[in-house]
Design a protein around this ligand. Structure first.
Ligand code: BDR
Ligand code: CA
Length: 305
C-alpha cells in the first residue's frame, strides 16, 4: 500500500527530478509539495514546482514555505541551477498557483490529523520548514514517519571544504532537526556523488520517448559535471533521498550520531558524522547512507519518470 508522502524542496533541477520520481512511484502517495528558499527564492521555487507538476499532468498542491534561512540570508546564486532554477529549460508558465495556506501551518494541520508515524517526508532543500514545524508545532510531528534528508557529507562539502549546500544554507535548522528524535535517514554527498548522470544514462531517458523523461534528460544534460571532481556526469542528489524511501535495498549505511557545526567559522554547516562510533559515544540519531547501486537506481528512475 502506498505510504502518505510530502516532498519539501527548493526546485532546482534535481529537486524537479525528485518530484517526478515521487509522482511516478506507487510506493508513495504524494500529497503535497512544500517549498523552501534555497537554490532559488521561494516564489521561483513555487513556480518551478508547479511547472513540473503540470508537465506531468498532476494537480498535487504546492505550499509556499520559509522565504529565508533561520541563520543567514543565503543565496546560492546561479552557479548550479541557473537564475531560473531549471537551467533555462523552457516549460509553459503554470496555470495554477500556490495554495493560500503557508507550508508550515499546512504541515502542522495535516500531520496533527494523521495516524502517528503515517506520513513520510523527504526534505531535499535547506531544513528551514521542518525546523519551524518542530519549533512551532511540536505536537504535530507525531504524524511523521520516516524523514529522508538530502544533505551533508561524511567527507568533503561542496560549498565549502566542510559543508554541503542544504545544511550550510540553514545550519541552525539542521541542528534543530538532528536533535529532534525523528526517524532520520541522511543521504549525503558521499552517496549522491555515485549517482552520476552519464551520457549513457541520459540517452536511456531520452529513448523512452516520454515527455516527462525527456524533460528529465534535458535537466540532467544541463547539470554541471563538476569537472573539478573529474565526474563523468552531474551528481543527481535529490532523487536519491526519494529512492532511499522506496528502494531501501539499493542503499546502505550505518546508524550513527550526527551533529551540526553551527559555529560561524570555516566549519559552519558541517555534518559531523560519528562514523566510527564508540560504545560510550552519543546515541545514534540517523541512518547515514554512503552507498547506492547507481546502475539499478538509474534503471528504476528511467522507468518511473
Ligand atoms: C543540494 O544542493 C542543491 O543545489 C541541490 O538541489 C541539492 O539539494 C546538493 O548539495
Ligand atoms: Ca534541492
Amino acid at each position: 500500500m502506498a505510504r502518505r508522502f510530502i516532498l519539501d524542496c527548493d526546485p532546482g533541477q534535481d529537486d524537479a527530478v525528485a518530484i517526478l520520481l515521487a509522482l511516478g512511484s506507487p510506493e508513495l502517495a504524494l500529497e503535497a509539495v512544500t517549498i523552501v528558499a534555497g537554490n532559488v527564492g521561494v516564489d521561483r521555487g513555487v513556480s518551478n514546482a508547479l511547472k513540473i507538476l503540470e508537465l506531468a499532468g498532476s494537480a498535487v498542491p504546492v505550499y509556499r514555505g520559509a522565504p529565508r534561512s533561520l541563520c543567514r540570508d543565503y543565496s546560492l546564486g546561479d552557479r548550479f541551477h541557473g537564475t531560473d532554477g531549471l537551467m533555462g529549460l523552457a516549460l509553459p508558465e503554470p496555470t495554477r498557483q500556490a495554495e493560500p495556506e503557508s507550508a508550515v501551518p499546512f504541515l502542522a494541520r495535516t500531520l496533527s490529523a494523521a495516524e502517528p508515524g503515517s506520513i513520510d517526508l523527504a526534505c531535499v532543500g535547506p531544513l528551514t520548514n521542518l525546523a519551524l514545524l518542530l519549533i512551532q508545532y511540536p505536537e504535530a510531528t507525531r504524524g511523521i514517519g520516516r524523514v529522508a534528508i538530502m544533505g551533508g557529507a561524511i567527507g568533503l562539502g561542496n560549498v565549502t571544504p566542510a559543508a554541503e549546500f542544504n545544511i550550510h544554507a540553514d545550519a541552525l535548522a539542521a541542528d534543530v532537526v538532528f536533535r529532534s528524535g525523528l526517524d532520520l535517514t541522511l543521504v549525503p554527498l558521499d552517496l549522491t556523488h555515485q549517482a552520476l548522470a552519464t551520457e549513457a544514462r541520459i540517452a536511456a531517458l531520452r529513448a523512452t520517448g516520454k515527455p516527462t523523461a525527456h524533460a528529465v534528460a534535458e535537466l540532467l544534460a544541463r547539470y554541471p559535471k563538476l569537472e573539478k571532481f573529474n565526474f563523468a556526469g552531474g551528481p543527481l542528489h535529490d532523487p536519491c533521498a526519494v529512492a532511499a524511501l522506496i528502494w531501501p535495498d539499493l542503499v546502505s549505511g550505518r546508524k550513527v550520531h550526527v551533529e551540526i557545526d553551527t559555529t560561524s567559522g570555516p566549519g559552519h554547516g558541517r555534518t559531523l558524522v560519528h562514523w566510527w562510533a564508540k560504545t560510550n559515544g552519543p546515541a545514534a540519531n540517523a541512518l547515514v547512507l554512503d552507498r547506492i547501486d547507481a546502475d539499478q537506481f538509474y534503471r528504476h528512475l528511467t522507468a518511473r519518470v
